[in-house]
Design a protein around this ligand. Structure first.
Ligand code: HEC
Length: 122
């Protein structure tokens, strides 16, 4: 019985991966490379770059309640134009010169997976 469950679980996992859009792994790479140093691989805001000298902690993407206050458009803006564009800390860099709009859309979706939240609508 236990064995069956494991097989069922791994089958479910495989089909999940198969269903993911083609660029999902690309997005993960982008996130790992550019964002995880500060925001952490799982989004807890505990990346290796973060030292106690940081005046503000990188946003914890797993804090669904906080993340729900941001719409997808809010997130996209702050990722493209940096913290100060949203009256946030300049410790959050702007990425519009580094990443394409499509890559940022992918990141917004990725962050929604990390927070397991839908965000403010509109
Ligand atoms: C050098 C460290 C650093 C890197 C790298 C970084 N961030 Fe941030 N980020 C921050 C900090 C610090 C904040 C919190 C700013 C504040 O609350 O004032 C933040 C906040 C955010 C927020 C929330 C903004 C808000 O309005 O609350 C989002 C979304 C975000 N970052 C996305 C990203 C994405 C996506 C990447 C990768 C492309 C990234 N960050 C890379 C440091 C970083």
């Amino acid at each position: 019985m236990k064995k069956l469950m494991i097989i069922a679980a791994s089958l479910a996992l495989t089909s999940l991966f198969a269903m993911a859009p083609a660029n999902a792994s690309e997005t993960e790479k982008v996130y790992k490379f550019y964002c995880a140093q500060c925001h952490g691989l799982t989004g807890k805001g505990d990346g290796p770059n973060v030292t106690k000298d940081f005046p503000v902690s990188p946003r914890n993407f797993t804090a669904a309640k906080e993340m729900d206050k941001l719409s997808d458009a809010d997130m996209k803006n702050v990722i493209m134009d940096g913290g100060p564009s949203a009256s946030k800390s300049p410790m959050m860099p702007p990425w519009s010169k580094t990443l394409t709009a499509e890559q940022v859309d992918g990141l917004v979706k990725h962050i929604r997976v990390l927070c397991q939240c839908k965000g403010k609508q509109g």
